[in-house]
Design a protein. Structure first.
Length: 182
């Protein structure tokens, strides 16, 4: 016969119900946001590449506004979740933490925007820049998976497996966008 687990304290319940950042795991929460944005922007960049060569300004604005929109949506969702769990609005320190945690969402747009800029300067066609941007985003997924695998301490094969699994997610997003045709 097993004894039941002791009831968690109210503080422990609050920690479990809090977002990762508010539970104190800020690096994990920042990485989660970066990976989410990378997957989202991969889909957007592939969609732009299929759209029949939008102009450079339209492509850059789409990428930038998507990143900004995802960031703002994350801030709103985080605040709503915080209110639901804690029954109060976030204080200044919690707002700063939320901004810090969600800021990597914006970084995911840098690679595609840089490539769109290079295209605008004549270094490559816009379609090539967009597909290269999608490739950079997928490679970023591999990097984060590989790095996570290494940090888990299970050796290089585990790191490679982790990186390839994250890459498969990115390739899956690209594949779905190509198959859907929009």
């Amino acid at each position: 016969m097993t004894t039941p687990d002791p009831q968690p304290s109210p503080a422990a319940l609050g920690q479990r119900d809090a977002t990762a950042a508010r539970a104190g795991d800020i690096p994990a929460a920042r990485l989660k946001e970066r990976i989410y944005a990378t997957i989202t922007l991969t889909a957007v960049v592939v969609t732009l590449a299929e759209a029949g060569e939008p102009d450079h300004l339209e492509a850059a604005l789409t990428v930038a506004v998507t990143a900004l929109g995802v960031w703002l949506a994350t801030l709103v969702a985080d605040e709503q979740a915080h209110r639901a769990v804690t029954r109060r609005s976030a204080n200044r320190a919690e707002i700063r933490t939320g901004l810090h945690v969600s800021s990597p969402l914006l970084l995911s747009a840098v690679g595609p925007l840089a490539l769109i800029g290079m295209s605008a300067l004549g270094a490559m066609g816009l379609g090539t820049a967009l597909l290269t941007g999608a490739g950079v985003e997928v490679a970023t997924l591999f990097f984060w998976g590989w790095r996570t695998g290494l940090r888990m301490g299970n050796g290089p094969l585990s790191a490679l497996t982790s990186g390839l699994l994250d890459t498969a997610i990115g390739v899956g997003v690209v594949g779905v966008k190509f198959l859907a045709g929009h």
